[in-house]
Structures are given as structure tokens and as C-alpha cells.
Write a new protein. Structure first.
Length: 122
């Protein structure tokens, strides 16, 4: 079973802001030593349906979508699932798994602490 991985971000009208997701995707690719595709909910390409289609065309039979969102808002809880339902209707043989959003994790708290501390010290 070939697994494709998609890192999903919101997207912005600013291409510079969108580059951040691409950068994180490249870093995760390096860490996992396997391809991780960035995709955007809005204002960026590829969007989620296109990214999933690309994974399927490249032979993936299972796709993991990691929503790079802090909390379970409308996009994570409703919009993403609607898009996935539509795609599953076209490709019922493909297993699509949505990973948990980042959430109120200690790692996020430590990252916030580091940024705050760095700002205070400058």
C-alpha cells in the first residue's frame, strides 16, 4: 500500500505567506525522508482536491492529510471533511485519513514561550 502525505494550510493572498507552508512541507519531507505535498484550503495552489488527485495519480492508495491548524475550527471540522467526502465518492477505493490538528500541545506552548522570550530579550 502506497501512502501519500499532504500538509494542509489555510493559504493567503500573499505568496510570501504561502511560502511558509511550502517551507514546512520541505522540512517534514526531509525529516520523514518521503515526499510531503503542501496544499491550501484557499488562496494557494494546489488546493486539497488537486493535491489528493495528484497523490492518487502517482499510485497512492492511502492518503494522510495533516491539517497544519492550531485548533479544530470550521475548516478542520467541516470544510476539509466535505472536500474529502466529495473525493471519496469519486475514488471509493482510496483510504483518506485526516490527522489531528496541532492543538493545545506542550510543544506549541514551548514554541510560543520561545518566541515571547526572544521578543522580550531584543
Amino acid at each position: 500500500m502506497q501512502t501519500g502525505i499532504i500538509l494542509l494550510g489555510h493559504g493567503s493572498r500573499s505568496s510570501e505567506a504561502n511560502y511558509g507552508l511550502i517551507e514546512v512541507s520541505d522540512k517534514v519531507t526531509h525529516i520523514l525522508n518521503r515526499s510531503v505535498t503542501p496544499a491550501f484550503v484557499a488562496n494557494g495552489t494546489p488546493n486539497l482536491p488537486c493535491a489528493i488527485s495528484e497523490k492518487i495519480l502517482s499510485g497512492a492508495t492511502r492518503i494522510i492529510i495533516m491539517p497544519l491548524f492550531l485548533f479544530r475550527g470550521i475548516y478542520v471540522s467541516a470544510e476539509i471533511n466535505k472536500e474529502i467526502r466529495d473525493i471519496k465518492a469519486q475514488f471509493p477505493q482510496i483510504e483518506i485519513i485526516v490527522a489531528k490538528e496541532l492543538g493545545a500541545d506542550d510543544t506549541i506552548a514551548n514554541l510560543a514561550y520561545s518566541c515571547i522570550k526572544e521578543t522580550i530579550e531584543t
